[in-house]
Design a protein around this ligand. Structure first.
Ligand SMILES: NC(=O)c1ccc[n+]([C@@H]2O[C@H](COP(=O)([O-])OP(=O)(O)OC[C@H]3O[C@@H](n4cnc5c(N)ncnc54)[C@H](OP(=O)(O)O)[C@@H]3O)[C@@H](O)[C@H]2O)c1
Length: 245
């Protein structure tokens, strides 16, 4: 709760969550910490998976499961309408090709019913994005991307050209936080923490990138937010761009 309150105090207006985290607990903590929500705060959630008793994330893409998930998010966040809902498909960290029309149509219907303002997709291929767009407008794509994992480079550029936000998940490496001597060297030169530099690199990578680094620590939160004020030089960028190759 301290992290959430400090994030809002620092001017953060975008929080990423899901009701299947916990399950339920994460949204309940967000509500306890921040409700009634300040004007301009956007809580973005995702549906399409479950947290089972063994701690796995099996898909939950049947129409009734998706409806239930949207209602669970509304109830646990204390909202009447969700700002943005991502349809999360694919494996644990990479997309699985194939049609997403059926589950995305369910979310498009829930949007028509007024329970969701905007839709996004997560863990998807370019083809799945195009398929979703043929059903309803999408405002964001949330995929695995960071300094060391750049498979989505062409996708980011094409989404930027179309005015769609790209929201990298695992921006700091997720369960395996980024470790790189080059990153450390640039950070030391700039007098910043390596994770701050990794986030500044993402912000400079493309204007449509929105950041959702996860942390349980107020100190890390402050370091992460400070990335917005860090400008990387051409030399810094060239060195950092070499990490993925
Ligand atoms: N759509 C999907 O399929 C999907 C999948 C995975 C994740 N996500 C989303 O992606 C977002 C980020 O995910 P994530 O939190 O798993 O990954 P992440 O942001 O890449 O990494 C979080 C890890 O980095 C550490 N960390 C954060 N700030 C740090 C700092 N300044 N210095 C050192 N370590 C730092 C955290 O530890 P501390 O707690 O100690 O700071 C934590 O271990 C979340 O909103 C999540 O919902 C989406």
């Amino acid at each position: 709760m301290a992290v959430l309150r400090e994030a809002v105090r620092l001017g953060i207006t975008h929080i990423d969550t899901s009701d299947f985290y916990g399950p339920h607990v994460t949204n309940q903590i967000i509500k306890e910490a921040l409700y009634p929500y300040p004007d301009g705060l956007h809580i973005v959630t995702k549906v399409g998976a479950l947290r089972d008793a063994e701690g796995n994330w099996p898909p939950a893409l049947a129409p009734e499961q998706l409806r239930q998930a949207v209602h669970d998010n509304l109830r646990n966040l204390g909202l009447e309408v969700l700002d943005v809902v991502n349809l999360r498909v694919g494996g644990s960290d990479s997309p699985t090709p194939g049609s997403i029309a059926e589950p995305f149509t369910v979310l498009a219907q829930l949007r028509q019913e007024g329970l969701i303002k905007h839709l996004g997709v997560s863990n998807v291929t370019a083809e799945q994005i195009a398929e979703a767009q043929s059903i309803a407008p999408i405002v964001c794509v949330q995929n695995f991307y960071n300094l060391a994992h750049r498979i989505d480079d062409p996708l980011i550029d094409s989404l930027a050209a179309r005015g769609i936000a790209y929201v990298p998940f695992f921006p700091l490496g997720g369960f395996f936080p980024l470790q790189s001597d080059r990153l450390k060297a640039v950070a030391t030169r700039l007098g910043a923490a390596p994770m701050t530099v990794a986030l500044a690199w993402l912000l400079q990578r493309s204007p449509n990138i929105l950041l959702i680094p996860g942390t349980s620590s107020v100190a890390h939160l402050r370091e992460n937010v400070s990335a917005a004020a860090l400008t990387l030089s051409e030399e810094d960028l060239a060195e950092l761009n070499g990490i993925a190759s």
